[in-house]
Structure formats: C-alpha cells, structure tokens
Design a protein around this ligand. Structure first.
Ligand code: DX5
Ligand code: ZN
Length: 218
C-alpha cells in the first residue's frame, strides 16, 4: 500500500498540534515534517521542540525531513523529540556515513534525500544502510511549487537499483492527482503532499483524492 504523508509545511503554524490531529483523523499514513535551517535552503521552520510539541497529537510515524547543512548535532534532539524517520540530504557538508550511524544509534529509521539536480548514482553506496530515499521533485525550501517531471525517471532508475532491498522510495514536491499516479507507476512507496492536501478542507478530501487516483496503479 502506498502511503500518503501530508507535509505540515502548509499547515496553520498557529495551531500545529490540532492540524496534526486533523490530518491523522483524515486518513494520513505518516506526518511529514519539513525542517529548514535558513542555510541549506532559504527558509526557516521548526526545531526539535516543535516536533516534541506535536508528538502527543498523533500515533502516526513522524517523517522528519532535515533540510540542514549540518544536521549531525541535531540528530539526537530530533530523535528524543519523537521523530520516527530522520532524513538528511546527500548534499550536506558532513560525512554521510557518520550521520547515518548517528540516526541508527538513536534507533530511528534512516532516510537520504536528493535535490532535483543530484544524480541517483551518488546515493548508491549508501543504499544498503538506509530505509528510505526521499526524492525531491521540486527544489527544497518552499511548498506549492510545480512538479519537475525528471523525478519520474530518477524514481524508476532508483527502483531498479533497490531491487529487493527493503528501502522505500518517497517523493516530495508538487504531488497532486495528476503527478501521483506516474510516481507510483515508477516505483514510489510514499507520497509527500503539502499544498494539495492542506489547501482544501476537510483534509480527508485531498487524502482520499490521492488514494483514489493511485488505486489500481499499485
Ligand atoms: C519542500 C518540502 C515539501 C513541501 C511539499 O521543501 O520538502 O515537503 O512541503 O509541498 P507541496 O506538496 O506543496 O509541493
Ligand atoms: Zn519535505
């Protein structure tokens, strides 16, 4: 079953806990949390205290996407705050293997993410050590951007490389009922969607529309 992971980047930050509860009740499978450091991307969002603040509002996995140049010293705080998946970018300034070990040491699932311009082959050395690849289909930093279609080929290539390994492919950016089926057909297991889900109410409308459009594709 393909999972739908609403991104709370498009939520009302004035009532984040309630937004997480609404998304949970609306049928979300995971909650995607976009952490931005104002350096890796030109935007600033939330830190571990906010993750611990929303944690009591859902039993769903918290899928924490760290858009940070130097995530290393924040792995333990995000883990203790209640993250389930911790994803860092391949383009960071730190040693990837060290950061992967830090996440493992905390007992959390490990994700690696690629910007649209980063080659899938750069990821291959790490595939045996990770649980998830977060394929960016927009330039990270902001919600509401148009899906970049080259992500489809990258997902398909990655799927081949993954083969039978237990690594999930997640796609992030510009997901809607037009782009979602192509992603799933190419091999995506998780669809991250911010604006499509959160810009219409109730949230079950967007979540159901995404589930509906991929029915039968996988
Ligand atoms: C972008 C974030 C995405 C974003 C997706 O940097 O990683 O998770 O919120 O938003 P939409 O679905 O609006 O493209
Ligand atoms: Zn994200």
């Amino acid at each position: 079953m393909v999972k739908i992971a609403p991104s709370i980047l498009s939520a009302d930050f004035g009532k984040l806990g309630l937004e997480v509860r609404h998304l949970t009740n609306a049928g979300a499978d995971w909650i995607h949390v976009d952490v931005m450091d104002g350096h890796f991307v030109n935007n600033l969002t939330f830190g571990p205290v906010v993750v611990s603040g929303i944690r009591p509002y859902t039993n769903l996995p918290l899928d924490v996407h760290l858009m940070m140049t130097n995530p290393g010293r924040f792995i333990q705080p995000f883990a203790e705050a209640g993250a389930d998946y911790i994803t860092v970018h391949l383009e960071i300034e730190e040693d990837i293997s060290t950061v992967i070990s830090q996440i493992r040491k905390e007992g959390k699932k490990v994700g690696l993410s690629l910007r649209p311009s980063t080659k899938v082959s750069d990821l291959l050395p790490y595939l045996p050590d990770i649980d998830l690849v977060l394929m960016m289909s927009v330039e990270p930093g902001f919600g509401g951007q148009a899906f970049q279609p080259q992500a489809i080929e990258k997902i398909a290539a990655l799927k081949e490389w993954i083969g039978q390994k237990p690594v999930l492919i997640s796609v992030d950016g510009g997901i809607n009922p037009v782009t979602a089926p192509a992603c799933v057909l190419a091999g995506a297991d998780v669809l991250v969607a911010g604006s499509f889900i959160l810009k219409r109410k109730p949230y079950s409308l967007g979540i159901q529309a995404l589930k509906e459009c991929i029915r039968g594709v996988k």
